[in-house]
Design a protein around this ligand. Structure first.
Ligand code: ARG
Length: 588
């Protein structure tokens, strides 16, 4: 077992000995920021003491007296207001590293209480191209799903595609009157987008056209077989194109239950909300209003205008009787609870949907107060162009995801060809594919997700700095050591151990041991940037080690020890990148 895990168990035992009634699930250790203060520390005793009006340092002293960790630690210290710091024995660190070599663990442990987590992400709209706005949802959501899975949680990924709504009136009319079949066969979403744009422009001018489009929508909603058939075809064509992109990104979903899947439930949701007095009629529509239970500032059903708080209701049925986005999300919630009984549901969308989710979650809590499932809107900022405005093509159109990935691969191919002309074209193409996709993903995962970031080809493809190519390059450097070792007939000596005599070796070993905390932090806060920064630091420590500690040229037992250290570092880099959805390459 990982030393930090064992320490947590021993600490919990000691706390229970001192405070038999304590909830020790929050009694955990974290790495010390400053190595001078030890390897791990716990701050949990301070909150336990506070809740009991005890002196925290006294509690720390009592717990320390009951702690049995002499097999693991050189010493423990009490510090500050009531921290306990732990100093690991070097051999414990070495054993943990050897455990990773033997494949017993990779510096993380599966969750003791696995959760069921539904992750709703990507969720593009039918008949519209996936654009850069969907890229962040797809990339962030996929990475979160990978992290939760790695930690042993049960993950259900669900692509909530937009396959229902008023746009289908115009799409149907367009399909019937202006469809270019050849263009549809070539690039279906582009053709669907073309007819949609044309018709919505025409409908603005021409009232009769608008009426005709509405009629098509009504027919669709009433279950007209002809219109349903066309609608299904539009979904299938779009799905096919989405799948091509998911294939390139290495993203997969357990379910793709689009908005239309919930249509049969919508009436029931509205009726229940009305019946329970949660929703009311207002000007022909059905809405949920503020219940005054929270201060106006925190109330999602109020909006401030000219210094006054005004109603900002959540619409669940329009005056024409149609349900909308919020109703669908409520029905979706109900379905997910029935089907998967999740502990947590995570929605990954851009920040503009914050109000929507606040309203939906609040309505849901009023509707189902007994449900304890954690609902989380994991929102993200925009991707900006150099001008600080939303990222667009030169001609001002929204950038399509497929074009973006093509360009990333092309640019990477140029660089790889310049740097490694000796590789075959097939090899260079494959490496460029990996680097190109990795760069787009990493640029997206690295910033704090709630910040906007400026899209930059030069920055994301750079070999230096906190970038995907830098991390991939670090990985290839380790791979090349093993290739060279092979060529020179060098093998790890049987029974060799990791020694950690040099400061740079020790620093790397400690960073490896922290992998667990980064993965746990990433899933707790839904922030893949924690992992990006961790891997960047690990690669930096590796670069330092590489400078100061010869590997193949060293004498035994150093040589074998360092080869082993390289091996575990490569394993963690590869695993970490995999959690980010990034493939590695042995050469570049
Ligand atoms: N289709 C929506 C959009 O493109 C995103 C859906 C997000 N998920 C949800 N359950 N509302 O904006």
């Amino acid at each position: 077992m990982l030393p930090s895990k064992v320490l947590e168990q021993r600490l919990q035992t000691a706390v229970l000995a001192a405070l038999p009634d304590a909830d020790v699930s929050t009694v955990l250790v974290r790495p010390c920021q400053d190595a001078r203060f030890g390897d791990y520390q716990t701050s949990a005793l301070m909150s336990l003491a506070k809740a009991r009006k005890m002196n925290p340092r006294q509690l720390a002293t009592d717990v320390q007296a009951k702690l049995e960790v002499t097999d693991l630690c050189l010493k423990t210290d009490i510090a500050g207001a009531g921290f306990i710091n732990f100093f690991l024995k070097p051999e414990v660190l070495q054993d943990a590293l050897m455990g990773a070599i033997k494949g017993e663990h990779l510096f993380f442990a599966k969750a003791e209480k696995p959760k069921t987590v539904v992750i709703d992400f990507s969720s593009p709209n039918v008949a519209k191209p996936m654009h850069v706005g969907h890229i962040r949802s797809t990339i962030l959501g996929d990475s979160l799903a990978r992290a939760f899975r790695l930690l042993g949680h049960k993950v259900v990924t669900d692509n909530h595609i937009g396959d229902w709504g008023t746009q289908f009136g115009m799409l149907l009319l367009g399909w019937k009157t202006m469809l270019d079949k050849a263009a549809l066969a070539q690039d279906p979403i582009a053709e669907l987008e073309r007819i949609y744009k044309l018709l919505s422009a025409e409908c603005k001018e021409d009232g009769a056209k608008l009426e005709a489009a509405k009629l098509e929508l009504v027919k669709l909603q009433a279950g007209d077989e002809g219109n349903l058939g066309i609608w299904r075809e539009m979904i299938a064509l779009s799905q096919h194109q989405f799948d091509t992109i998911y294939g390139r990104l290495g993203v997969r979903f357990d379910h793709t239950l689009g908005e239309s899947f919930y249509n049969p439930r919508l009436k029931g949701v509205v009726e229940e909300l009305k019946g329970k007095g949660i929703a009311q009629e207002s000007e022909g529509a059905i809405c949920v209003f503020s219940d005054g239970s929270v201060p106006p500032k925190e109330d999602p059903f109020l909006i401030q205008r000219d210094g006054e708080w005004n109603p900002n209701p959540c619409l669940i049925q329009k005056s024409d009787g149609a349900a909308n986005y919020a109703t669908t999300d409520l029905a979706t919630l109900e379905y997910r609870l029935e089907t998967w009984s999740p502990d947590e549901i995570i929605y990954v969308t851009d920040g503009r949907q914050q109000l929507h989710f606040k309203q939906v979650f609040t309505v849901f809590r009023r509707w189902r107060p007994e449900v304890t499932t954690r609902l989380e809107h994991v929102w993200f900022g925009a991707i900006l162009g150099d001008d600080g405005k939303p990222f667009k093509t030169r001609s001002g159109d929204t950038v399509k995801l497929a074009d973006l990935l093509d360009e990333a691969e092309e640019r990477a191919f140029k660089t790889v060809s310049e740097k490694s002309p000796e590789l075959s074209e097939t090899e260079r193409k494959e490496i460029a594919r990996i680097i190109g996709i990795a760069s787009v993903k990493y640029q997206d995962l690295l910033p704090n997700r709630q910040s906007d970031y400026v899209f930059s080809w030069d920055k994301m493809l750079a070999l230096t700095g906190n970038t995907a190519p830098y991390l991939l390059y670090a990985y290839t450097r380790i791979s090349s050591i093993f290739r060279k070792a092979d060529e020179q007939g060098i093998k790890v000596a049987p029974g060799a151990k990791i020694l950690l005599n040099a400061p740079d070796e020790l620093a790397m070993a400690k960073q490896l041991m922290n992998f667990r905390f980064v993965l746990e932090g990433m899933t707790e806060e839904c922030r893949p940037n924690y992992l990006c920064n961790y891997l960047y630091d690990l690669a930096g420590l590796y670069a330092k080690f590489f400078e100061t500690c010869p590997v193949l040229k060293a004498e035994e037992p150093e040589r074998s020890s360092r080869l082993l250290l390289c091996e575990v570092t490569a394993k963690v880099l590869k695993q970490g990148l995999e959690v980010l959805g990034i493939e590695t390459t042995e050469k570049m």
